[in-house]
Each structure stands twice: as C-alpha cells, then as structure tokens.
Design a protein around this ligand. Structure first.
Ligand SMILES: Cc1cc2nc3c(=O)[nH]c(=O)nc-3n(C[C@H](O)[C@H](O)[C@H](O)COP(=O)(O)O)c2cc1C
Length: 392
C-alpha cells in the first residue's frame, strides 16, 4: 500500500463511511441525539484550542480534504462576503460551540442556534428519530439550548473574531423562550439580540419551528412586522432574515414575501421542518412503535425536497426577484443543490443530508458547482440564481 492510499484510509470521509455509516443506515442503535452531543463536545474543545500545535495540524488536514477553492463561488449578499454558497443549517450547533472551526468542514457559512433568551431543556427524550431508508429525520427537540448569555460566553471563549474582521460568515438564529407569553415575544427576541448582535454577520428570526407552542403564529404579517420593528431598534442591528415553515399556505408565503420587501429584510430562509407527513403517515418509528401520523415533531431530509423547492420558486416570484433567499430542506446531492440555486436560492444550507452522507457532501456539492459553471460557461455562481439552468 502506498502512502497516498494509506492517507486515504484515514481520511475524514473514509472514517465516516467505516464507522458512522453503519450506525446511520439503521433507525435504531446509537441514539442520534447522543451521537450529536458526543460530536459537539469534541468539536467544542477542538474549537477552543484550535491554535494549539496538535489541533491546528488536525484542522489543517481536515480543511485540505474538505475545502474546495473556486473564486467563482464567492458572493456578496446583504453586506456579507460568502466564500461559497453552502452553509450549516440551524439546529445542529445550537450553542455555537463549533463556531471557530466550521470553516474547516468546507462550509462558506454557519448558522448557530436556535438560541433563546432563557436557557431551556426542550422536550422530553427521545425526541430525535432517524428514518434511514427515507434519508429523513423526525425531531421535536423544542429549542433545547443554554440561552443567549451562555452562547455569548461560549463564543468569547473561542476568541471568535469581530464580524467585520472574519472571512467566515456566522449567522445567529433566534427563537422565543417557551416560558415567554406570545405577546411578549418581541422583547424576548430583542433581549437575545441586544446581547449577541456584536457577534453576528446576520441574524435569523425563527418563527417556524413546529415544536414551540404558538411560535408559528408569529408568521402572521402583523405579528411579524411588530417583531421586526422591535429588533430594528437594537443598536448595530445586523442584517435580519426570517425563516419560514414549509406548511404555510401559498398565499401566506406570498404575504411574507411582500412584507419582507416592504420592511427591507436582508432575506428569507425556506424552509424549516414540516408538520406534514409527506406521504410517510404510515411509517412506523421503531423506537416507539407509533406511526409518523401519531408522532409529534417536524420532518426533515429527502421527503422535504419537493416542497422546499416549490417554496423557493413562490418566494422568488412574489418578491420581484430581488430578495436574497436561502434554500434549505432535503439537499443531499450536488444535483439537488444546483436545482435549488437555479430555482432562485442564493445560498443553501445542509442538515439531515449532511448527517447521512457525511462531511464530504459539502465538497462534492461545491466541486459539482464548479463543473457546472464550466459546462454552462457561467462566470460566477450568481448567474445561476433563478436561471432555471439544468444540471448537465
Ligand atoms: C434535529 C434537528 C434540529 C433542528 N433545530 C433547528 C433549530 O433549532 N432552529 C431552526 O431554525 N431549524 C432547526 N432545524 C431545521 C433545519 O435547520 C432545517 O431547516 C430542516 O431540517 C430542513 O433541512 P434538512 O432537510 O437539510 O434537514 C432542525 C432540524 C433538525 C433535524
């Protein structure tokens, strides 16, 4: 065996395929939440000590393997420079423990959170289920997080640079604390923003998670307007985006697009997890013996793909083409990712697909984009956005 094949054997992708894939290809076995917690505990320590000789060597190796450099993939959007259009979606790094190292995984940006003003435990376990055959997940986490104050400390501990000085964009996704009544939501989000605005390149108003009672009511235009206007008065308010649910009626989606244009929002993120069972109503969750129809929670992954692209098309049409959109939901291959850009999303985010396919998915998507740019003779990825250019 030569040196290269030996190195390949110990590549991140190879280790992932050998050790994690067998676990992830079954619904039961190692609890998905426990697995995530172990990974985040490790990443958190690596991020704090990322400049130590040992960790910096490991991270350089990781970055060499996963980063794909192509200047044509860069974009400037709402005052932020994105090295590439692929980001880590909200909900994986809820407390921001890995904020200092997500760039080494090849991402162009990462969205940390959802963080709430009050620390909260979330719903009782088990609350996250793998649906391996469908490459999907059901979760009812309920915004488990350590709260805005701890996130601020966690970011400081990692010596995260000032937003204007960093080359890697970090978004902070804000949610409502469960104990806060809905009428007081604007001040609850506002308190988190006041504490965290100095750390964020952009901020997301999450009004679309299905696991906090009443939260989705804040998607109604008047409620949303009240919330946006409250956040706008925060000193040095970063660019604001709103994340929406896939389960909204099409007319409600158009209303949000209109409001976003009217309020001058930086962008919209579509979509969060779905309460719809997307044809999987009868699918039984092994761990509970109940069907998906009986189990509460939001569905993510491959089954969400069709609705997610439909929502992007609707938003693009309703916002006169000039509102930056972030596409998320069921993105698990270079072709699916390309089609989401061609439908109108300027940036994309990964969660469930990234878990099932492994870290190399980011690299594969970006390499796929570079090839497609060559084939279409596009000079920059921005030419793809909303072009309906097919994957060739
Ligand atoms: C376990 C889990 C937790 C999530 N937590 C959050 C969250 O805290 N905030 C949020 O905005 N979205 C959250 N999401 C939704 C994702 O960010 C994403 O919008 C959704 O999963 C669709 O993308 P996907 O099909 O690539 O997973 C969560 C998703 C999963 C699977």
């Amino acid at each position: 065996m030569n040196k290269q094949s030996l190195l390949n054997l110990f590549s991140t992708d190879s280790l992932y395929q050998q050790f994690l894939n067998p676990i992830l290809s079954k619904d039961d076995g190692l609890d998905p939440e426990q697995l995530t917690q172990i990974a985040l505990a490790l990443l958190g320590q690596v991020s704090i000590y990322r400049n130590s000789p040992v960790f910096s060597k490991v991270l350089t190796k990781l970055a060499n393997e996963l980063k794909h450099k192509d200047e044509r993939l860069q974009q400037n959007l709402f005052g932020c420079k994105f090295e590439n259009p692929i980001g880590l979606a909200a909900g994986f790094d809820k407390d921001g423990v890995g904020a200092g190292i997500w760039d080494c995984f090849g991402f162009g940006f990462a969205e940390i959170g959802t963080v709430t003003w009050h620390a909260q435990k979330g719903n009782p376990r088990p609350r996250l289920f793998r649906l391996a055959k469908e490459q999907a997940a059901l979760n009812r986490m309920g915004f488990n997080n350590n709260g805005a104050y701890t996130m601020n400390k966690t970011l400081k501990k990692q010596n995260i640079e000032d937003p204007l000085k960093r080359s890697f964009m970090i978004g902070i996704n804000l949610g409502k604390s469960k104990i806060t009544p809905l009428e007081q939501a604007p001040d609850d989000y506002g308190a988190s923003l006041e504490l965290l605005s100095h750390m964020a390149n952009y901020v997301v108003i999450n009004v679309s998670s299905p696991n906090t009672p009443g939260l989705r009511n804040l998607q109604q235009p008047l409620e949303l307007q009240r919330l946006i206007e409250r956040l706008r008065i925060v000193k040095n308010c970063p660019p604001l985006l709103v994340k929406i649910a896939p389960d909204l009626e099409n007319n409600a989606i158009k209303d949000i697009a209109n409001l976003a244009s009217q309020e001058g929002l930086a962008g919209l993120i579509a979509v969060n997890t779905s309460l719809d069972r997307l044809g999987l109503e009868k699918r039984v969750i092994n761990q509970t013996g109940k069907t998906l129809k009986e189990e509460p929670g939001g569905l993510s992954g491959s089954p969400l793909c069709d609705r997610a692209i439909e929502v992007i098309r609707l938003l693009k049409k309703s916002s006169n083409d000039n509102m930056p959109l972030i596409g998320v939901g069921g993105i698990d291959s270079p072709r699916v990712a390309w089609n989401r850009l061609a439908a109108g999303a300027s940036l994309l985010q990964l969660y469930t697909g990234w878990i099932f396919k492994g870290p190399k998915l980011v690299t594969n998507i970006l390499e796929g984009f570079s090839h497609q740019l060559d084939r279409h003779k596009f000079e920059n990825i921005s030419e793809v956005i909303g072009s309906n250019a097919p994957w060739i």
